[in-house]
Design a protein around this ligand. Structure first.
Ligand code: ZN
Ligand code: ZN
Length: 169
């Protein structure tokens, strides 16, 4: 998914990307992700007269994540709007501004793959649940509380009050 700036400004055809991207590497190390389907990427690249390059479109895919409460695998679908504005410059570090949405890049071209991966990871559900009523696992014995309760004493004592309890002994 390479944008070559010079080629872009000399071509009269709009540059578009319609392809699937393997995001398995990007998902590596995430314990809440079980499996990822290839991401369907649909992007349109539009150069402006001021020299910026506008990339807009959507990323769609499906993945298997773990319920944040009971760890059961669940299927999540993502439909992520994508928008980045690139500006090729001599020295990106000299002009990069925190308040600026423009991404300054050096060189003749920019590869969209890392930006697509970043957008994908940023838009994943933070704490997906299999069901809004999921009771989760017992923190003591690991019993899935959706399947039945365990015999643990789940009354938790506030650590600040625990000291007080000893004091009154
Ligand atoms: Zn669950
Ligand atoms: Zn238990």
């Amino acid at each position: 998914m390479l944008i070559q700036f010079r080629k872009l400004t000399t071509s009269d055809q709009p540059l578009q990307f319609h392809q699937t991207v393997d995001v398995n590497d990007a998902a590596q190390g995430r314990k809440d992700i079980v499996a990822v389907q290839p991401l369907q990427v649909d992007l349109k690249v539009t150069p402006s007269v001021s020299g910026t390059v506008d990339v807009r479109g959507s990323l769609q895919g499906g993945l298997e994540m773990r319920c944040s409460r009971c760890l059961k695998p669940i299927i999540e679908h993502v439909d992520i709007p994508f928008h980045e504005v690139f500006q090729p410059v001599e020295d990106p570090e000299a002009v990069q501004d925190e308040d600026d949405d423009t991404t300054y890049v050096q060189g003749e071209s920019v590869d969209l793959a890392p930006y697509v991966e970043e957008a994908f990871l940023l838009h994943l559900p933070l704490a997906p649940v299999c069901d809004t009523d999921c009771k989760g696992l017992c923190p003591n014995c690991g019993q899935d509380l959706n399947e039945g309760s365990c015999n643990c004493d789940t009354e938790v004592i506030d650590p600040r009050l625990a000291g007080l309890k000893d004091f009154f002994k």
